[in-house]
Design a protein around this ligand. Structure first.
Ligand SMILES: *[C@@H]1O[C@H](CO)[C@@H](O)[C@H](O)[C@H]1NC(C)=O
Ligand SMILES: *[C@@H]1O[C@H](CO)[C@@H](O)[C@H](O)[C@H]1NC(C)=O
Length: 315
């Protein structure tokens, strides 16, 4: 019961540290295995059975011909990139005085969702960094777009507690020679968000352009991968990665969790451990009866994650 002792010592602090929201990490005694204990509202982080991320096993996916292509608005938005001390987060500024919200619909979704936050998860070396894995393989990074059901609910904080409340779109990021152009505009700001609390304005970015060119995806019902691990999240994981250069990754790995006086550890490795599937189904619109015929696919630039014929190198 060592862990419980740590928890008890820990609870006396929040009054002096501010809100619970700021108050979790990816390591130590406020790390992922303690999230559910830190705050009773985050109980699902420890007890939930529909949690994320998961390992996607292509051979166990269910082909669902009813899954339509996902529709994501293409227009450009402006917003702010933050180093929160936990992750690198982009928040689009939308509303009356700003651009129109970026909406997501169709695909497996019955409602229209509005994108609120984009998270970047990455490793301190190339062997890991993505939260989801494909047949046990991690990628150096994963970008996640969280949205809330704007047809039924007023905002994300209401929606996350409610049925069909959230959507999360995940794209794996691989090292490559032809980097994603929109990711470039994001990475040009990494030097301005080295420390916790720093932010940088990002102008005219198309979230749609951060997605790979494919209509193929995997989908399952899960949770947010950060507290409170709300199990109201429909996940959509694209079947192709986007690419980042080594230089961009190096720049990203300079970011730290603390401020300039106490920088603490690297911001990287902001990755929650894989969660058990507990008999959930992962559906896909990849018709793998065809892809088997095409045989093994490798890590070429047109690579996709083919069901039943997985062959991937994570350099
Ligand atoms: C997205 O949906 C909101 C309503 O939730 C609407 O105000 C906005 O115009 C939509 N965006 C676009 C680009 O149509
Ligand atoms: C979200 O919407 C609910 C219900 O309308 C409201 O009570 C709450 O103040 C809103 N929260 C935020 C952060 O806007």
């Amino acid at each position: 019961m060592k862990s419980l002792t740590a928890f008890v010592c820990f609870v006396v602090l929040p009054g002096s540290l501010g809100s619970w929201e700021e108050w979790w990490t990816y390591d130590g005694i406020s790390g992922p295995s303690f999230w559910g204990l830190i705050n009773p509202q985050w109980m699902l982080c420890n007890k939930g059975r529909r949690q994320s991320p998961i390992d996607i096993e292509p051979s166990k996916m269910l082909y669902d011909p009813n899954l339509r292509p996902l529709s994501v608005d293409k227009h450009k938005v402006s917003g702010v990139l933050y180093n929160t001390g936990q992750s690198l987060v982009f928040r689009p500024e939308t509303g009356p005085k700003h651009s129109l919200a970026v909406n997501v619909s169709a695909g497996p979704l019955a409602y229209r969702y509005q994108i609120e936050e984009v998270f970047l998860h990455y490793g301190t070396d190339n062997s890991h960094g993505s939260e989801h894995r494909i047949q046990g393989n991690a990628f150096p990074a994963e970008i996640q777009f969280y949205g809330y059901n704007a047809e039924l609910y007023a905002n994300a904080s209401e929606a996350r507690h409610k049925s069909q409340g959230l959507v999360a779109i995940a794209v794996m990021i691989q090292i490559g020679e032809t980097p994603n152009a929109e990711l470039r505009s994001l990475s040009s700001l990494f030097g301005q968000v080295i420390y916790r609390g720093q932010s940088a304005d990002l102008r005219h970015v198309s979230l749609h352009a951060l997605l790979p060119e494919t209509d193929h995806y995997m989908t399952y019902e899960g949770s947010t991968t950060h507290p409170g691990c709300w199990e109201t999240t429909s996940w959509i994981i694209y079947n192709k990665p986007i690419y980042i250069t080594r230089q961009e990754l190096y720049a990203l790995r300079r970011l730290v969790q603390g401020d300039s006086e106490t920088p603490k550890g690297a911001l990287g490795n902001n990755v929650r451990a894989l969660q058990p599937l507990h008999h959930r189904t992962v559906r896909t619109n990849i018709d793998f009866t065809n892809s088997v015929e095409r045989g093994c696919v490798t890590m070429k630039s047109d690579m996709s994650y083919k069901a039943n014929s997985w062959n991937i190198a994570t350099t």
